[in-house]
Write a protein that binds this ligand. Sequence first.
Ligand code: AMP
Ligand code: MG
Length: 357
Amino acid sequence: MIVTTYWHVEQSEQSESAQAIAEAASLLRQGETVAFPTETVYGLGADATNTEAVLQIFAAKGRPSDNPLIVHIADTTQLSGLVQPDSITAHHQALMKAFWPGPLTIVLPVLAGSLSPFVTAGLQTVGIRIPDHPVALQLLREAGLPIAAPSANSSGRPSPTWASHVREDLDGQIGGIVDGGATGVGVESTVIQLVEGELYVLRPGGVTAEQLQGVLPEMRIHVAEPTEVAAADTPRAPGMKYTHYAPKGHMHIVQGDDYREVSAWIQRDIDAAKARGESTGILTFEERISGYRADLVVACGSLSQPETIARELYAALRTFDHKGISYIVAEGVSDAGIGSAIMNRLLKAAGHERIRL
Ligand code: AMP
Ligand code: MG
């Protein structure tokens, strides 16, 4: 155990907050790990050029060493020191212009020797992004380093969207936590790679396939099914093969076009589980919460605003653990827009157990 320093920042411009961010940046420069808010989820940062620092991320999270880390930078001028010259095409530039700062991670050929090899998990590529959050950006600028930062949760647990989630998982194992309140998007960045003139979404996230297509109308875009990636021997996005985001109880998803059929099915399933002695939970949406009975019924955002579902998803998953729920049924959502990222995370949380009616 180490003592984790905790800073609360309101707005990065305020002098107290500026002092906190300066202290956090200084810890990062000294090779320590610091959790900080981004617009997606909280990240656990470390100097991406320093192997000892990077290894502390893997140790604190219990993260498998073959799962590469995303590198966060403050502006595009840092790219030339990290990726191979001439690897950035006009397509890459268009995406950066449209989505940076923002929840888009772009995988590019890494400049040999520029980063700790543990960041890239031995790959020849590195995933990079500029986060769209004032605290994250100021921290990155002050640290003056490329910062490797996966989600600041214990490996396998739901990602943290509040500093309290980081504390729950990592207190005493990391150098510090910068608490900047709730994150915005709520699910991680979209990870993409351009291969032979076509775009591969390696992980759906905050930027939707529809938005990518809007910027590159001629581009062929491939979105990997989570199960496809999970089953592959050498997945392009290595982290995708692990069960992730999971509450401790057993969870599965029920999905169908007819809501009445879905809700009746879920209620029968939950009642049967209750009769077996399980403590039961249902993950649903604001519009539907009154239709269910279980030990814990969680409304995760509103179906009429799917971005609220993304924002609340991980906190909702954690509440089942807080209440000791052993059997959870989740309603699925449509794959359109941000729904693709929501379903990707839900399926992984449920170990891909889905009933389609
Ligand atoms: P996390 O940091 O926990 O949000 O996970 C980062 C994810 O980004 C990994 O699990 C990979 O799926 C993906 N990723 C990072 N770097 C690369 C890379 N060089 N090539 C492909 N995927 C990557
Ligand atoms: Mg993660």
